[in-house]
Design a protein around this ligand. Structure first.
Ligand code: SF4
Ligand code: SF4
Length: 265
């Protein structure tokens, strides 16, 4: 891996490589450059706790022609596919080094670098939602109970914006979560459930199920399950499987008439 990255930097295939470097004992995102190729010896592969593709998006916004290399696992590849489709990155300018990872969609974390979700305590299974549930498991609750459980989870939110800030596919310059008509500015706790539903709607067709938001959430809200549920609806209604292919456009279905059945999360 390091040999390949060095070669790419030296022969000009890429201008910069985004990976990880240990700083004060912590693996932090680091940009390896042509002027300090020797630093690549310090390249490490994670843990993947940061959205490297979001860093690539920021670099591309400043330098649209920059050739960018980065480490990817399966969910990062899905994020890149979404960012290509939404014109946030030019795929001709991106080179990737794939590292082994579990198929996160299947919730088999294996040697995955982000933390295994804590097993939810009994209290949470009684009144909230177990983070380890599958979307289909939610159907075991009736509609009213499901809503109650989601409301319990949403009420824990402290509006830290960690979920939005860590997300590799949250690239909007103006965020609806800060729009005064949707989310009251400066109000704590946030409006429930509008804060979470606004974000959930914006993640429809965007979320690539990397799990970083849930990992970052200090309140252990099952965000990943929420967005998986939303994308299940997107797949069902629009036949759009988010992030699975760089040529699969969410806009190709816009001409069709779609009837949405009531589908509470
Ligand atoms: S799992 Fe969370 S952080 Fe990852 S893409 Fe989806 S909303 Fe963003
Ligand atoms: S990370 Fe968790 S607590 Fe923070 S705003 Fe998002 S849902 Fe709320």
């Amino acid at each position: 891996m390091k040999t390949k990255v060095k070669l790419w930097l030296e022969d000009g295939t890429i201008d910069i490589f985004i990976g990880y470097k240990i700083v004060d004992g912590h693996p932090l995102p680091h940009c390896f450059t042509q002027s300090h190729v020797e630093e690549v010896d310090e390249l490490t592969i994670g843990p993947f706790r940061y959205p490297l593709e979001a860093i690539a998006t920021d670099i591309a916004a400043e330098r649209p022609h920059a050739k960018i290399g980065l480490l990817v696992r399966d969910c990062n590849t899905r994020a890149l596919n979404v960012l290509y489709i939404w014109n946030q990155l030019d795929r001709d300018n991106i080179k990737t080094v794939t590292v082994n990872c579990c198929p996160s969609r299947l919730k088999q974390h294996g040697d995955c670098s982000y933390l295994e979700p804590e097993k939810a305590g009994d209290y949470k299974q009684r009144v909230g939602i177990d983070n380890n549930m599958e979307p289909a498991d939610l159907n075991a609750f009736g509609q009213e109970e499901r809503l109650d459980r989601w409301m319990y989870e949403f009420q824990k939110c402290i509006k830290c914006y960690g979920c939005r800030n860590i997300c590799p596919v949250c690239f909007c310059k103006e965020c609806s979560l800060e729009h005064p008509d949707l989310v009251s500015p400066g109000k704590l706790p946030p409006d429930v459930p509008i804060f979470h539903l606004v974000r959930a709607v914006h993640m429809a067709g965007r979320c690539i199920d990397c799990g970083l938001c849930e990992d970052a959430c200090p309140m252990d809200i099952p965000l990943r399950l929420l967005y998986r549920k939303v994308n299940e609806i997107v797949l069902d209604v629009f036949d759009y499987d988010t992030g699975t292919h760089p040529d699969q456009s969410p806009f190709s279905v816009l001409g069709d008439t779609v009837t949405l059945e009531p589908s509470p999360l």
